[in-house]
Design a protein around this ligand. Structure first.
Ligand code: ZN
Length: 246
């Protein structure tokens, strides 16, 4: 067969039925970043792939790259299936949101091991505690903040994005990509000290150490990262911050 066969490890971000028995997969791989693949015959009862080409599966893959844009899946073994995650509607929604953010934000950017590891860690934590805080709005916003940082779109939270004044943080500007003082407030929205603290801690802490925050703080943080990604990555993601804490 012409083309190139290669091995990679990846997470299934999305899996779409195609034709009579096939599936098109959106994968996020450790070695190559985002790739598309087709799995043939996967929906036949005796498919050698079983049920593992579904969203959130972490797989060891053998792929064949021919002339088209899509690789063909030759073999797939499960590294992690995250069965507990799949038992909870909340965890499934959070995992879907995370995979959707990776799909949109890291399209065509090549490999990003930090982002790959972050996604694996988030899915693992959701599997360990499927109805815990990481499956609610604060956890989803924290994931998104850390993903933005891994993708090179981390917001400026320590110094003012537009001036060198030493006033207190008054707002957040998506266009400026960070916090602003009252004098530079045009085009910004109000950011409370709690919202600011949540962002700083969520980015700085491991995912497992989700900072305490009220709903307003989480909503502000979600809006801040959403507007930053709109302005700088040109990606508009759905808003997870409205989801109530567990
Ligand atoms: Zn200023």
């Amino acid at each position: 067969m012409a083309g190139k066969t290669y091995k990679t490890e990846g997470i299934v971000l999305r899996s779409i039925r195609y034709g009579e028995a096939d599936r098109i997969l959106h994968l996020y791989t450790r070695e190559r970043g985002r790739i598309g693949a087709i799995a043939k015959g996967v929906r036949k009862p005796k498919s050698r792939f079983g049920g593992r080409l579904e969203p959130f599966f972490r797989l060891s893959l053998v792929l064949h790259r021919g002339r088209g844009d899509l690789s063909t899946v030759s073999a797939a073994e499960t590294i992690e299936g995250y069965p507990e995650l799949r038992s909870s509607g909340r965890a499934i929604a959070a995992a879907s949101d995370a995979c959707g953010a990776v799909l949109r934000l890291l399209e065509g950017t090549g490999p990003n091991e930090a982002a790959y590891n972050l996604l694996c860690r988030y899915l693992g934590l959701l599997d360990a505690d499927p109805d815990g805080p990481l499956a609610s709005g604060p956890g989803m916003v924290a994931f998104r903040l850390k993903l933005a940082l891994a993708a090179g779109f981390g917001p400026e939270l320590a110094a003012f994005a537009t001036c060198g004044s030493s006033e207190e943080v008054a707002g957040f500007s998506g266009a400026a990509g960070g916090v602003v003082c009252a004098g530079c407030g045009a085009g910004s929205f109000a950011l409370s000290p709690e919202g600011h603290a949540f962002m700083v801690e969520a980015i700085g802490n491991p995912l497992a150490e989700l900072p305490e925050a009220d709903e307003m703080a989480v909503r502000q943080a979600g809006r801040a990262i959403g507007e930053t990604l709109e302005h700088h990555a040109h990606v508009r993601l759905p808003r997870p911050e409205a989801r109530k804490a567990a």
